[in-house]
Structure formats: structure tokens, C-alpha cells
Design a protein around this ligand. Structure first.
Ligand SMILES: [Zn+2]
Length: 346
């Protein structure tokens, strides 16, 4: 996880400024290169593409992030909402990238009447580059030190080797975050105080409603998840009046299949070896139920892992190789501990 917020706390002090969009004069793959995005300089009723120059690596190799902006009608920059979509901050988490691409395909036909602005960075960190460089540049030079964002959606998948259902982190303490999370209609809704350093928590700490969406497996397109999150982004744009509403009254999310929980508890293996899953993602578990075996190279069971509570299997390893201390499965449930009312990760 990137240390966004800690870095930003330093740079935010420097950032009370408004510059014109700063074209460097470079053109990359036919796309203009900028060093600062100012939404007032972006053409209205159009989709614009930019590469943001985010500094240079040793040896002077320049780094660029692709930025897409769908800016609606001229006055809607002031009267409409500004939605940030990000994906790919962890380089192997790809499904969110496809969501952003398909949303922008759709916006081509809607941008002339769009009531607001959508700013997207489909690949925030494509090469695992310096977090410090990216944090400073994205916060200040795309989001304008938060002045150019009203709501943020940050799209992830589990890391390579793990599997989960469609779920989100949501900090219910900030108004509108609960609504965002419920609009997702996830399989699991994790009420959560956030992870310091994440994009979501950095936004929330700055009073901008945001959630982290986790959608499927690393390094694979999962069409079902992509389609579900695509529909979710549409519900959010509808809810924010960015696109014409399909509903006569505010959309009532269907949460009949959503497991809403405060607590996730990891069950690490003591041993290295091979993990054999006894329970699959989203299956219910009871306290004390065996959920995984860890075997050695001879096939002997070194350890059986048990569920810490009544709940559901939430995330589990699809890569059978496991190291000591690595997760053999994560269980979600509603803790009776009042300390966990706003969310716990145990
Ligand atoms: Zn991630």
C-alpha cells in the first residue's frame, strides 16, 4: 500500500495554489503532456486525454500517467459534481482499469450534456514507481489539492495469489460514504476506519467521500466483476446528478445478497508448505470450523486452521504455496466488541 496520506500531509501545505493547465509542449503518442491539470482549461462538452509528467527517474527517463477528463457543460464545472476514478495503484490489479475504459466509452455519447466532471487515472502506478513522486503529483497536479474532486472511487483487486468476492472498505463516519458503499451492492461491505496511506483514507481524511472497491483476482479480467462495478459507477454518477437520472426517486440499493460486517480476522499459517482450502470464498463458517489444512512436502498435515468466529470466508489463497505467517484465509463477521463498531482488522 502506498503511503499517500503521510506524504500528502507534507505537501498539502505547499499546495494552496491555482495554476493554469501547464502544457509542457511535449506530445506523447499523440497526447499532450501536462504538468498540472486545471479543469477550467479543459474543453467543456468533450473528453480530453493527457499525460501527466510526474518527474524523472535516474538517468532522466521521464514518467507519465495517463489522465482522462470528461468535462460536461460549461457551467456544470461550478454547479455539478466532480468524480475521481482511479485504478491500478497496485500494479497487478487490473479489473478497475477496464471499468474506467468502459465508463469513458459510454461518456463519449453523454459528455455534451454531462452535468459535472469525471477525472480518471486508469493506471495510477503502472510500474511500481516511487510512491512519493506519484503522491505529490497526483494530489497536487490532478486533484488540485482536493479542489478538483468531490467524490472518489478507488478500484483494486486482491494481490496476486489471493481471491475474494466483490467487496469494499467504507468509513461510515463520513457522510455519503455509506450511500456509496451500498450503491455498490457488494457481496461483502466492510465497515472500516480506513488504512492510513490509501487513496480512500486520504480523501476521507480530507472530508471527500470515497470508498475502496476490491474486485476479483489480480492479473485477470473478470467480466462479471467489471460489469458489476461499471453498473455501480453509473449508479454513482446518477446519484450525483452527473448523468440524467433513470429513477424518479433516489435509487434503493438491493442489499439482499450483501453481507455487512465490521470485522475481518486473518488466520495466518504457522508453517511454510501447501495450503488446502476447506472453505471457499463467501461460504458461511461457524466458530471453530476447520477452514484450511497446511501440508508439508510429504503431504502430512502440519496444521489445521479454524475459524475464529461465526461468519463468512472472505478472502483466501488461490496459490497453494504458503510461507510462515501468510494468510490461510480471512474471515469476516460482526464482532460484539464495541471497539469494532466503526470497523476492525484483526
Ligand atoms: Zn490494491
Amino acid at each position: 500500500m502506498q503511503t499517500f496520506s503521510r506524504i500528502l500531509a507534507v505537501f498539502a501545505l505547499l499546495a494552496a495554489r491555482t495554476f493554469a493547465t501547464n502544457f509542457t509542449g511535449d506530445v506523447l503518442n499523440g497526447v499532450p503532456v501536462i504538468s498540472y491539470l486545471n479543469l477550467t482549461d479543459v474543453p467543456s462538452q468533450a473528453i480530453s486525454r493527457y499525460y501527466l509528467r510526474v518527474g524523472e527517474l535516474n538517468g532522466g527517463i521521464p514518467l507519465h500517467l495517463p489522465v482522462m477528463v470528461a468535462r460536461g457543460t460549461s457551467k456544470s464545472l461550478d454547479t455539478g459534481k466532480k468524480l475521481s476514478l482511479t485504478a491500478g495503484i497496485h500494479g497487478d490489479e487490473l479489473n478497475g482499469i477496464r471499468v474506467i475504459q468502459t465508463i469513458f466509452d459510454q461518456l463519449q455519447t453523454q459528455v455534451s450534456t454531462l452535468n459535472g466532471t469525471v477525472i480518471a487515472i486508469p493506471t495510477v502506478n503502472p510500474g511500481g514507481n516511487s510512491a512519493r513522486l506519484l503522491a505529490y503529483n497526483v494530489w497536487n497536479n490532478v486533484w488540485g489539492n482536493k479542489s478538483q474532486v468531490d467524490v472518489g472511487l478507488d478500484l483494486h483487486t486482491p494481490s496476486s495469489g489471493d481471491e475474494s468476492s466483490l467487496w469494499c472498505y467504507a468509513d461510515f463516519r463520513l457522510p455519503y460514504v455509506e450511500r456509496l458503499a451500498k450503491l455498490l451492492q457488494p457481496d461483502t461491505l466492510k465497515i472500516d476506519v480506513g488504512e492510513p496511506g490509501s487513496i480512500e483514507t486520504t480523501f476521507v481524511d480530507n472530508k471527500i467521500p470515497a470508498i475502496t472497491v476490491e474486485m476479483g483476482l489480480a492479473k485477470r479480467w473478470n467480466t462479471t466483476r467489471i460489469n458489476r462495478v461499471y453498473d455501480f459507477v453509473n449508479r454513482v454518477m446518477d446519484d450525483l446528478y452527473i448523468i440524467p437520472s433513470k429513477y424518479t426517486t433516489p435509487y434503493q440499493p438491493d442489499l439482499s445478497q450483501t453481507y455487512i460486517v465490521t470485522t475481518v480476522e486473518d488466520t495466518p499459517s504457522k508453517y511454510g508448505g501447501f495450503v488446502e482450502r476447506l472453505v471457499l470464498v463467501d461460504q458461511p463458517v461457524t466458530k471453530g470450523q476447520a477452514i484450511a489444512n497446511v501440508r508439508n512436502a510429504f503431504g502430512d498435515i502440519l496444521e489445521t486452521i479454524y475459524s475464529p468466529d461465526d461468519g463468512r470466508m472472505f478472502q483466501s489463497p488461490i496459490d497453494p504455496t504458503i510461507e510462515p505467517g501468510a494468510s490461510a484465509g480471512q474471515i469476516v463477521y460482526n464482532s460484539t466488541d464495541p471497539e469494532c463498531a466503526d470497523g476492525c482488522v484483526l
